[in-house]
Write a new protein. Structure first.
Length: 213
């Protein structure tokens, strides 16, 4: 595993994958608040129409289903996602690239933080797009069915900013989306932190460690 932080290097690395002539997938992993979505968005913007972002968070279970299962207070834990659905989507994206005959546009879901719900079919991935960037907490989790993801991703980067920076970002994000200061602190240091410990234990499975987001 290589340790790099330079954005230009990351863009060059992604461009090299996009230039292979076939569909390639980059995964960006890290704990809540690590900066995954920010990096993924910057990367896709730098590559223009040659890359598209598909987030793991689109596979959050709905609030109604979380309540039915009694998991609403643990939202963000591995069992609060449709993990099998996410793995299936990544597998479909891999086999519907520019090198495939009869490839088709795949529609991915997107998570809307304003309503705390996933939206189906919000992200079209056309077959001519050579690079898919996917980001999420559990790309490197060794547990079934998450464990199937590692072999489907060509390059996985793990974000590991300073913990004080990560927590500050996370608390601010919770406040931005309507939580009080106390609620944001409780979430960041409670269920989010439990998930973070689990995620950080998977870092050695990444190809690249990024100390700064």
């Amino acid at each position: 595993m290589t340790d790099r932080t330079d954005l230009d290097h990351l863009i060059s690395r992604a461009q090299a994958l996009a230039a292979t002539g076939s569909r390639r997938l980059v995964g960006i992993c890290g704990a809540p608040g690590a900066g995954k979505s920010t990096l993924a968005e910057r990367l896709v913007a730098a590559l223009g129409g040659r890359a598209v972002l598909v987030g793991m968070d689109g596979f959050h279970l709905s609030q109604r289903e979380l309540r039915r299962l009694g998991r609403e207070q643990r939202k963000g834990a591995p069992d609060t996602f449709d993990a099998s659905g996410y793995v299936d989507l990544i597998r479909r994206l891999r086999r519907n690239g520019p090198e495939q005959a009869h490839a088709e546009t795949i529609y991915a879901p997107e998570f809307c933080r304003e309503i705390e719900e996933p939206i189906a079919c919000a992200v079209p991935v056309a077959p001519e797009v050579p690079l898919v960037v996917t980001e999420g907490n559990y790309l490197l989790l060794p547990d079934h069915p998450w464990s199937a993801l590692r072999a489907l991703l060509d390059d996985v980067w793990f974000l590991a900013p300073d913990e004080s920076i990560r927590l500050a970002r996370l608390i601010e994000r919770h406040r931005r989306h309507g939580r009080s200061e106390a609620e944001a602190q409780d979430r960041a240091h409670g269920s989010d932190q439990a998930n973070a410990v689990r995620i950080q234990a998977t870092a050695d499975r990444a190809d690249l460690m990024l100390r700064e987001a």
